[in-house]
Design a protein around this ligand. Structure first.
Ligand SMILES: [Zn+2]
Length: 223
């Protein structure tokens, strides 16, 4: 294997944790072709990511907040690579989010604007966003909401932490409603068949969207 191949494989392994898998080959190649360092950072409330041009002997650097979901991460990353591309063409002679950056962002985002990379609701909001992209996708509420809907997709929660009567997904396929506790188990009814099952309280399941607040609460407790 040549060096490029080794780097590509290494990038791919890391990227798989943060962006949709189908987008990994393109981004892994960008990291090599645009020759930048990608740093995953703790959450910063003021920004989702940033780009720094080469300085003090360091190469181009892009940082992204670690807690974005895979769609938010990918969009932010492409936003930052657009800064890099703009820097290569214009150095610091143009406004950060001016027409030159918007143009680069549109070119880079173009191949990703299909349902191969984003679910339909995000794609719809993203296409609108790309008509005239703003400094931060945070300012685009429609897009932020669409992205946020997927925040829970990677999150599991224990059945016992769900409120009574709430719906959850088990094994990525079956939907259940949580019912009462029966001795050390929790009765849950499968929505399709109306059959009852007894769950161990620490069974990991995925909560439905509307339990975001509860899930967040549990997370605070766990810290
Ligand atoms: Zn920016």
């Amino acid at each position: 294997m040549d060096i490029r191949q080794v780097q590509f494989e290494r990038n791919s392994v890391i990227l798989k944790k943060y962006i949709p898998e189908v987008s990994v080959p393109i981004i892994a190649a960008w990291i090599i072709d645009y020759d930048f360092k990608l740093k995953i950072k703790k959450e910063r409330s003021t920004k989702l990511g940033d780009y720094m041009p080469p300085h003090n002997g360091l190469n181009h650097t892009i940082t992204i907040n670690y807690n974005l979901n895979k769609y938010g991460f990918l969009i932010t990353l492409i936003h930052e690579v657009a800064h890099l591309k703009t820097y290569l063409e214009y150095k610091n002679n143009v406004a950060a989010h001016g027409p030159e950056w918007k143009h680069s962002f549109k070119i880079l985002m173009h191949p990703f604007l299909t349902t191969d990379y984003f679910p339909v609701d995000i794609l719809w909001a993203l296409r609108l966003h790309m008509q005239n992209p703003s400094a931060s996708s945070c300012n685009d509420l429609k897009l932020q909401r669409a992205i946020k809907n997927y925040d829970l997709n990677n999150e599991t929660i224990f059945v016992e932490h769900l409120p009574l009567g709430s719906k959850f997904i088990y094994n990525d396929t079956k939907v259940f409603i949580k019912k009462e506790k029966i001795r050390k188990r929790i009765k849950c009814t499968e929505v399709n068949t109306l059959k009852d099952y007894l769950f161990h309280p620490l069974t990991e399941v995925k909560a439905e969207e509307n339990f975001l607040a509860i899930n967040e609460l549990n997370r605070q407790h766990n810290i």
